[in-house]
Design a protein around this ligand. Structure first.
Ligand code: PGA
Length: 257
């Protein structure tokens, strides 16, 4: 059985003080929650303080992006080894906002995922179609291309290792920050397709073990229905992860019943 993984993507929000206040509340209130893994992805300036505050807690500190090189003349970038040094254990790569506004390509996302895994961290590889792509009937082919690019550097086929270090997040772009969620059926259809592709690429055991998160306007009110689908193993939560009560309710909804 896959342990669901719920990650709060805080995007460009919260000072260090606000970040610490929120994780302290999460640490206190989620300490006893069993059967679900939890992570938070603060802005880069807060990563180290948050990781320190979360020491001794199962809540993972996640980064929102990284560069594919480890060091060198890359002004303004952060590398996977330096994120590890700051206490990060997971890195989100290929988020649609990175693809849309910062030029991330399928190939670049693959290089980032490879660098994250090489640094011993876990990679959350995001895929998802735009509204025009969905309306044009291209959802699965877009996701296929993103998945092929994102996993291009994954050499390991050991199911247990991959399950511990690789997560796919399906986030339809039209559902992100819009209040418009994919229906559980719409999401499940794409998740099942992704799992099939994972099987072809990495083998059946790995495909069975790798978690596939759903993201896009996940809230306490829709989380349970989404999480009850067979191939939805947690959530990547944006807006609703900024308040402790909302996020905690989503984490609780993701627990296997
Ligand atoms: P949202 O964002 O929950 O605010 O739609 C999700 C995401 O972008 O990861």
């Amino acid at each position: 059985m896959r342990t669901p993984f719920v990650v709060g993507n805080w995007k460009l929000n919260k000072t260090i003080a606000d970040a610490l206040a929120l994780v302290t509340e999460l640490k206190n209130q989620l300490g006893a929650v069993k059967g679900v893994a939890v992570g938070v992805a603060p802005v880069a300036t807060a990563l180290h303080s948050v990781a320190k505050r979360l020491e001794g807690s199962p809540i993972a500190t996640c980064a929102q992006n990284c560069h594919w090189e480890a060091s060198g003349a890359w002004t303004g970038e952060l590398s996977a080894p330096l994120l590890a040094d700051a206490g990060v254990t997971w890195v989100i790569v290929g988020h649609s906002e990175r693809r849309q506004f910062f030029g991330d390509t399928n190939e670049g996302v693959g290089k980032k995922a490879k660098a994250v895994l090489a640094a011993g961290l876990g990679a959350i590889v995001c895929v998802g179609e735009s509204l025009a792509e969905r309306d044009g009937g291209n959802t699965l082919s877009v996701v296929d291309a993103q998945l092929a690019g994102g996993l291009a550097g994954v050499a390991d086929h050991d199911a247990a290792k991959l399950a511990a270090k690789l997560v796919i997040a399906y986030e339809p772009v039209w559902a992100i920050g819009t209040g418009r969620t994919a229906t559980p059926g719409q999401a499940q259809e794409v998740h099942a397709h992704i799992r099939k592709r994972l099987g072809e690429r990495l083998g059946a055991a790995a495909a069975d073990a790798i978690r596939i998160q759903y993201g896009g306007s996940v809230k306490a009110s829709n989380a349970e229905a989404l999480m009850s689908e067979n191939d939805i193993d947690g959530a990547l939560v944006g807006g609703a992860s900024l308040e402790a009560a909302d996020f905690i309710a989503i984490v609780k909804a993701a627990r296997p019943s």
